[in-house]
Design a protein. Structure first.
Length: 149
């Protein structure tokens, strides 16, 4: 899997982290079917896992871009979109072209692509908060000095 994290706009933003990593099989989670082939079990859908090094990100908007390699254009791997009818924000780039909104051909609705990011969030105070705390501490020090004098 090739991946990158882009800050800001997915087409013009800055790549803040990227890499290539192996994926592991998380097991079959279902089958790719259509309304006329609901019982078809020829096209399995598998959970895959990709472990990357920790990435520290500041406040902002980020896009995760990724690409998987399959054995042919017909065998996948495929990323099935969610089908819950919500307005999605998934973008797709075909053959290196610019990313564009991913629309389901059947329903005409925008879609989301399911994935999970695991990690932790560490709150970092904003610069204004740090300055305010420093000013308050300076005021306390000045008040103590005046009382001692």
């Amino acid at each position: 899997m090739t991946w990158s994290i882009v800050s800001g706009d997915v087409n013009t933003g800055a790549v803040v982290a990227s890499g290539v990593t192996s994926v592991t099989d998380g097991g079959r989670v279902g089958y790719r079917v259509t309304t006329t082939t609901r019982r078809n079990r020829d096209r399995g859908i598998y959970d895959i896992k990709a472990d990357i090094d920790d990435v520290m990100l500041g406040a902002g908007t980020y896009w995760l871009t990724w690409s998987l390699t399959g054995s042919s254009s017909f065998s996948g791997p495929w990323q099935p979109p969610t089908s819950d009818g919500r307005t999605g924000n998934a973008q797709q780039s075909v053959a290196g072209a610019a990313f564009g909104t991913l629309v389901d051909a059947g329903s005409g609705l925008t879609v989301e692509l399911p994935f999970v990011l695991n990690g932790s969030v560490t709150a970092v105070p904003e610069p204004a908060t740090v300055l305010s705390m420093a000013a308050g501490l300076a005021l306390l020090v000045a008040t103590r000095r005046r009382r001692k004098a």
